[in-house]
Write a protein that binds this ligand. Structure first.
Ligand code: IVH
Length: 698
């Protein structure tokens, strides 16, 4: 967020220079907007883009009379690719846990055996296939006919791109065979072959159009075309690798199901194999890595999936990834380049993150000009200095990192980096608490960086997910004074045209887009408790913890009341909070710290006047234990503690660590001790293993 050193300070600009620069910025930002929104091919990083907008705003602030009609501050983004309908996935589209070494895969097999209570020598068959670097899509078939195709989106809701997917020859429009299930959701990867990508780019270059950075971006850009005729020209392909909702089982194993898909007319990756164990998995990885360069398409690793589908069902998912699958990624690609500067970014929680500004370099097919330096200690440990030649690496979708310094290439006079002790955005003191690696700005919501980042988190995909209110818009609205805190979002319409000009009259907006935005905001005046809790952006409270909170407290009012009481660390409310399996003292501290801050209480009160936060709903088809608090103690014969806990939570129960008067059931196996005794004393219902299996399902 700090300005480029090469640029003249805004305070030093003459009027002529300011006018010239505003003209240049308007042109540049416009070009980046188009590249980002319309072509899916950003040329610069988000941070660099932010830099441009911030500089534009600063110059405009100093020279208000120079604000141009086509100024970026009057426009918000480019015309969004409107028109795709949202579709909810019947079963979520999951992501995969990553392994970067052979040992990680061995651990995966061990975890699977442990979870399933298999002996260490038990065979765990897996399917193995290359991990295609494309875009996942979900294809719905009704009685064998292709009826709906969607992007992954956030995993729960995607966009309807049926028309575009219909143009892909690999995707059957009608399935082959008799006895087709009434309903079938097929999952797979849409991608572009390397030769087709090169051809497309050559043609674009000739036509003076911007080129795509890699085949994946080209595939993404092609699938998000509003005109399917354009998609049809783009030579996309599709490998099927899985399924979502089905009205009938496709087999008893992953491998059988894949054979079924093939017979039905899908294209499967020809390199897929069924393997006996981790040893074969390691050999498979080596084979694929060796052939990587000669393949017709980009891959970034291999995917292993437990073959038995009944085991997959038992293993289930944790957060957003299945326990029964893992991706082993190829090692990161590395490159050398010059570090021009070290910038400091300020995040939602005030964390100061150092960012390396690099001489742009291509790593693994992508131009990189920024890399993370993690934190103060990392910089000191690696002794990274301005002007150094550094080794950077990029692994898959992970942010590029600075691996180390090539010290022999260090320029004379390079000085050790001095980490700022003040926030570079608001100037507040930045401090490191004992035991923390992160230095944080103490400015709270007074710090513009924190305020904007919190708003961005609030409207982000897994939080309020307000369509048309992305990063760029939040930033612009904040700069224009339209929104200061979360509640202001819900007052945008009512206040429109009062302080700032009406949105519909601003550049980049019109009657329709403004109306759509207000409608999208209004649609979020009702929100689930878990999304709401997550949206607050409390430190260490991600989606999983937000869900635990929702499940355990049920309503916003109840949670607030409990958190206020929990300030007394000796009392029951605090003990109850810690008793939630998955919430420890450190997370509890952050939650209570949030409530202790008057600003945050104002935010909650403000929001209370604007929204209705729905009470937590137990999952559908829920059982006798939905909403009940369960404590597990002792050993179970048929499943591990982890599996039992996962199952209980999936059925809507709350799992606690210790027994109290609030416990509804104690599931006790052999070896149960003090918890069982306590349950008896308190008269809590006790289930043995058969009784537990009756409620949990065998
Ligand atoms: S399985 C549980 N198999 O990788 C199912 N994914 O990191 C999760 N991908 O979103 C997906 N090749 O886009 C699976 N053979 C393959 C894959 C594959 C590529 C992508 C897919 C997914 C991402 C998860």
């Amino acid at each position: 967020m700090n300005a480029h050193k090469t640029e003249k300070a805004v305070a030093a600009l003459t009027e002529k220079e300011a006018a010239d620069e505003l003209a240049r910025l308007a042109r540049e930002i416009q070009a980046h907007d188009t590249a980002y929104h319309t072509q899916d091919a950003p040329v610069i990083s988000d941070a660099e883009y932010d830099q441009l907008r911030i500089r534009n705003a600063e110059i405009e602030k100093r020279f208000p009379t120079l604000v141009r009609d086509d100024s970026p501050s009057r426009r918000v983004g480019a015309a969004p690719a409107e028109g795709f309908r949202k579709v909810a996935h019947a079963t979520p589209m999951l992501s995969l846990d990553n392994a970067f070494a052979r040992d990680d895969v061995v651990l995966f097999f061990e975890r699977v055996r442990r979870f399933l209570k298999l002996p260490p020598e038990a065979a765990v068959e897996v399917t193995a296939e290359p991990k295609i670097d494309g875009l996942s899509a979900s294809l719905r078939y009704e009685k064998g006919a292709f009826v709906l195709g969607a992007t992954r989106g956030d995993g729960t809701t995607g966009e309807d791109i049926t028309q575009n997917l219909s143009t892909i020859a690999d995707i059957p429009k009608r399935l082959k065979g008799q006895d087709l299930p009434d309903l079938l959701d097929i999952r797979g990867e849409a991608y572009m072959a390397r030769t087709d990508f090169l051809e497309l780019n050559a043609a674009r270059e000739k036509a003076g159009e911007p080129v795509f950075a890699n085949p994946r971006n080209a595939a993404a850009g092609s699938l998000r075309q509003l005109d399917p005729a354009i998609t049809a020209k783009r030579k996309l392909r599709f490998f099927a690798y899985g399924w979502g909702e089905t009205s009938a089982a496709l087999g008893e194993t992953q491998w059988e199901a894949l054979a079924w898909l093939k017979a039905a007319g899908f294209v499967l990756n020809p390199l897929a194999e069924c393997l006996k164990d981790e040893v074969e998995a390691a050999a498979f990885y080596e084979r694929i890595e060796e052939r990587r360069a000669e393949l017709a398409y980009d891959i970034d690793g291999i995917v292993l999936k437990v073959n038995r589908l009944d085991w997959q069902a038992r293993l289930g998912t944790v957060s957003r990834a299945p326990r029964w699958a893992i991706a082993r990624k190829f090692p990161a690609e590395r490159a050398e380049t010059r570090l021009n500067d070290i910038g400091i970014q300020v995040g939602r929680t005030g964390a100061l993150t150092p960012v390396a500004h690099l001489e742009p370099v291509t790593v693994g097919g992508v131009v990189v000009s920024r890399a993370t330096l993690h934190n103060e200690d990392e910089i000191a440990r690696k002794d990274v200095r301005k002007g150094d030649t550094v080794l950077i690496q990029r692994a898959g979708d992970v942010i590029p990192q600075v691996v180390g310094v090539i010290t022999k290439k260090r320029p004379k006079g390079a000085k050790p980096f001095r980490f700022p002790q003040e926030c570079p955005v608001c100037g507040s003191l930045a401090i490191r608490e004992a035991g923390e690696v992160v230095r944080r700005c103490t400015g709270g919501l007074v710090c513009p960086a924190q305020a904007v980042e919190r708003l961005r988190h609030f409207v982000s995909r897994n939080a309020f997910d307000i369509e048309g209110l992305g990063k760029k818009q939040v930033e612009a609205f904040w700069q224009e004074g339209r929104i200061q805190g979360p509640a202001d979002i819900f007052r945008l319409e009512e206040k429109d045209g009062k302080a700032a000009p009406p949105l519909a009259e601003c550049e980049g907006w019109g009657e329709t887009s403004a109306r759509n935005l207000f409608r999208a905001i209004a649609a979020r005046r009702e929100i689930s408790l878990e999304r709401f809790v997550y949206a607050l952006g409390i430190r260490q409270v991600g989606q999983a913890t937000a869900r635990l909170i929702a499940q355990n407290y049920g309503s916003l009012a109840n949670w607030r009341r409990a958190m206020e009481k929990a300030e007394d660390r000796e009392g029951d409310a605090y003990r109850d909070l810690l008793n939630i399996d998955g919430i420890g003292p450190s997370v509890a501290d952050d939650i209570l710290g949030f409530f202790a801050e008057p600003n945050n209480r104002d935010v909650l009160n403000g929001l209370a006047g604007e929204l209705r936060v729905e009470d937590f709903k137990a999952p559908e088809g829920s059982s006798a234990i939905a909403g009940k608090t369960i404590v597990f103690t002792g050993n179970l014969e048929t499943m591990t503690r982890a599996e039992a806990k996962a199952r209980a939570e999936a059925l809507g129960a709350k799992v606690a660590g210790s027994v109290s008067a609030k416990t509804d059931f104690v599931v006790a196996g052999p070896g149960a001790g003090s918890k069982l005794k306590q349950a008896k004393e308190l008269g809590v219902e006790i289930l043995d293993e058969p009784a537990w299996l009756d409620v949990a399902g065998r």
